[in-house]
Write a protein that binds this ligand. Structure first.
Ligand code: PLP
Length: 387
């Protein structure tokens, strides 16, 4: 119950409205371990981790972090005393990985989006943003103060129409692999439109990085396009922590000098940089991606056969579309009761009435896990009226 002083902020009313609309969120106690998690005391197969390659618990990665652990954090921002040499080593590796001149590490991918977009765009520019872009991109666009034009999801004709009637400095921003749908941006066509209209291109490849493309360099590499600014998270395919921007030397300098999310916050702890340095070559070998793609083919085939609606995913993110928010929550609860942990995604993460279970597969899952999970999905789906 909120106090009297918080009445002015309608705390109780807002919580009641969330409850009424099936949008109330609660925290579960989750302890992860390999392909499983213990959720509020119950062991379940984990189908909602972003550790797509299963590297977060890899002995080589954990040992690299432990070896570098001399203090918990540098307790300083990068420009003051936080710029441990491991940061620079990591940035060199990441630039090489994405095929750019330079890279800059941020404490998280969320901050990398806010930091890069708000430093580059301002009130005299226009940002064209895909309607399904992640919340961190939406927040970045708002923070920049730029005019924001939202184009229909992956509708490049719409993007072109909006761009052709806009003057001044322009940028287009999209996810590489969309975080709630698992489909990929049409980067070839976006890049052609950007070329025609002189737009800077920014791709947030948090979910494509280390998974797709030649040498697993991400979705722009897969599409064979040149992107001005790559933004990514190291807490997904890489199984580590932090965010980064890969770009030109000039843009990196501009970010170091003007990006408030870079300047006014403490540096990523150096043991996490050391862990990422050790992990990049492991992630680029390709054996884990092979296993992951076999799992994707097996699980999506089984779910489709069972009658689920899966959208256009081509990736490890498989949206099992439910529609109604409460039904999605019931489905998720029923799965957990039967030993499978997959979370429901609801508004504002996705549009109202398009609630879904966002299944994410990893290289840690084996054939038997996938078969068992598909069986539980079918049973729970029938019980809750999803299929
Ligand atoms: C597309 C996208 N961008 C950025 C982020 C933020 O990354 P991080 O978790 O490192 O802050 C996420 C995380 O969910 C994401 O899905």
């Amino acid at each position: 119950m909120a106090s009297k002083r918080s009445d002015a902020f309608s705390v109780n009313e807002r919580l009641a409205a969330l409850e009424r609309d099936g949008l109330y969120r609660t925290l579960k106690n989750v302890r992860i371990g390999g392909p499983f998690a213990t959720v509020d005391g119950k062991k379940a197969l984990l189908l909602c981790s972003n550790d797509y390659l299963g590297l977060a618990e890899d002995g080589r990665v954990v040992r690299a972090a432990a070896k570098a652990l001399k203090h918990v954090s540098q307790c300083s921002s990068r420009l003051i005393a936080g710029n441990d040499p491991s940061m620079m080593a990591l940035e060199g590796l990441l630039a090489g990985h994405r095929g750019t001149e330079a890279a800059l590490v941020y404490p998280t991918g969320y901050m990398a989006n806010l930091g890069a977009v708000s430093a580059l765009a301002g009130k005299n520019s226009t940002i064209f943003s895909d309607e399904l872009n992640h919340a961190s991109i939406i927040d970045a666009c708002r923070l920049s103060g730029a005019r924001v034009e939202v184009f229909r999801h992956n509708d490049i004709d719409h993007l072109e129409k909006l761009a052709s009637r806009t003057k001044g400095s322009k940028m287009v921003i999209t996810e590489g692999i969309f975080s709630m749908d698992g489909d990929s941006a049409d980067l070839c066509r976006i890049s052609e439109v950007a070329e025609r209209h002189g737009m800077m291109t920014i791709v947030d490849d948090a979910h494509g990085d280390f998974i797709f493309g030649p040498k697993f360099a991400g979705v722009p590499a897969l599409a064979g396009v040149d992107t001005d600014v790559h933004i990514s998270s190291m807490s997904k395919g890489l199984g580590c922590f932090g965010g980064y921007v890969a770009t030109s030397k000039g843009i990196r300098e501009l970010l170091i000098n003007t990006s408030r999310q870079f300047i006014y916050t403490s540096a990523l702890p150096d043991h996490l940089c050391a862990a990422a340095v050790a992990t990049v070559p492991i992630a680029k070998k390709g054996d884990l991606q092979k296993r992951l793609f076999a799992n994707i083919a097996q699980f999506s085939g089984m779910l489709k056969d069972a009658g689920f609606t899966l959208g256009n995913s081509k990736s490890q993110i498989i949206p099992v579309i439910v529609g109604a928010e409460r039904k999605a929550m019931d489905f998720s609860r029923e799965l957990l009761a039967n030993g499978v942990f997959a979370q429901a995604m609801r508004y504002p993460t996705v549009k109202k009435g398009s609630a879904r279970l966002r299944v994410s597969l990893t290289a840690l899952h084996g054939k038997a896990h996938i078969e068992a999970a598909a069986g539980v999905f079918a049973k729970a789906g029938r019980k809750t009226g999803v299929i």
